[in-house]
Design a binder for this molecule. Structure first.
Ligand code: NAP
Ligand code: ZN
Length: 350
């Protein structure tokens, strides 16, 4: 099995550092790609530090991957050497359950095989390694095609931050005539603003950081609401049809729910841990409000999102880093100091 240079970690308290990993030889339906760029998702840090309690070590994070095909298996028809391709957050699923049949493999009954940190049942339950590495091998059905008119570096974050915000906007049919609040201006939030704006909604950036207001407007927000200002929050009560909540930690959602109109919906994509504060169910009942969740998107929908981005010239706003700057990048992410996604130049892996 080929050995590949990567960066990863061996415990929740250890910095990321260089390591060698093994990749399988491509089989008949596999695509092997040279990874060019990999986005840095907040989830990578949650996994590295075992915030959710199920990280398997050693861990090589990275699920916002773009690269170039170097080899394909004998039965692969959709890709050839030299193609620009992408890999997102999942690299396999059972392929037979209702969710897989309906192109929402992210909700696979058997559990999707995550791009990193997941046992891979079709390959002896070997735990997957992500995109902070020079090469990877993925079944062709889980590989995406990249529109060639876009800046490749800035495409990488679309594979998680992009699809995670696109999918709920599609599912809840957000568009013209609606007022959408995007909560949290980080990697996910900045894509949420771009997409909601492109879909024709009125967009309000809801942020804890007054210093991000001007950027929010440049990204497409019509208005900015500082969530720590109770008067401003009260002035926006019952104004929103839809709230996309990207806050990465446990928090009290009740103050945000008061922003929703009758029949409004808040979709949580950020906090995968129990929320703090008691849900004020009376507020839901009195205004027929929904609180929902959503995880990434299926492969078909991810391709649709990439194609939409190609047609509308949408990419992420990125700050490029070398691989050896990853530990500093994590620290900056914890301080909400990302504008608005770090992307690793994988060529910098020695
Ligand atoms: P990020 O770039 O760090 O951005 C998160 C933003 O949330 C921050 O920039 C900040 O924005 C705001 N924020 C942070 N702490 C806050 C707090 N205590 N209260 C209120 N707002 C706070 O993170 P990301 O990569 O966008 O990821 C966000 C979350 O989504 C993470 O938990 C990640 O694991 C999760 N995620 C979920 C999915 C899914 O499929 N559901 C996919 C990818 C990521 P302001 O400065 O504007 O307040
Ligand atoms: Zn992610």
């Amino acid at each position: 099995m080929p050995t590949v240079a990567a960066w990863g970690t061996t415990s929740p308290t250890t910095d990321l550092a260089p390591m060698s990993i093994e990749r399988r030889e491509p089989d008949a339906t596999d695509v092997e790609l040279e990874i060019l760029y990999c986005g840095v998702c907040h989830t990578d840090m949650h996994f590295a530090r075992n915030d959710w309690g199920y990280t398997r070590y050693p861990l090589v994070p990275g699920h916002e991957i773009v690269g170039k095909v170097v080899r394909v298996g004998s039965d692969v028809s959709r890709y050839k050497a030299g193609d620009l391709v992408a890999v997102g957050c999942l690299v396999d699923s059972c392929r037979t359950c209702p969710s897989c049949q309906e192109n929402v493999e992210q909700y696979c009954d058997g559990g999707m095989v995550g791009t990193y940190g997941s046992p891979d049942p079709r390959h002896g339950n070997a735990v997957t390694f992500g995109g902070y590495s020079q090469r990877m091998v993925v079944n062709e059905n889980y590989v995406l095609r990249v529109p060639t008119n876009l800046d490749l570096k800035a495409v990488a974050p679309l594979l998680c931050a992009g699809i995670t915000t696109w999918s709920p906007l599609q599912h809840w049919k957000v568009g013209k005539g609606q007022t959408v609040g995007v909560i949290g201006l980080g990697g996910l939030g900045h894509m949420g603003v771009k997409f909601a704006h492109a879909l024709g909604a009125k967009v309000v950036m809801i942020t804890t950081s007054p210093g991000k207001a001007a950027d929010a407007r440049k990204l497409g927000a019509d208005d900015v609401l500082i969530s720590s200002d109770p008067q401003a929050m009260a002035a926006h009560a019952k104004q929103f049809d839809f709230l996309l909540n990207t806050i990465p930690v446990s928090h009290d959602i009740n103050p945000y729910l008061s922003l929703l109109k009758r029949d409004g919906t808040m979709v949580i994509v950020g906090a995968l841990v129990p929320l703090s504060g008691q849900l004020q169910s009376g507020a839901l009942v009195m205004q027929r409000i929904s609180v929902a969740g959503s995880i990434i998107g299926g492969i078909k929908e991810t391709q649709e999102m990439l194609d939409f981005c190609g047609e509308h010239n949408i990419v992420s706003d990125v700050e490029m880093i070398r691989m050896d700057a990853i530990n500093d990048a994590y620290e900056r992410m914890l301080k909400n100091d990302v504008k608005y996604r770090f992307v690793i130049d994988i060529g910098s892996i020695a």
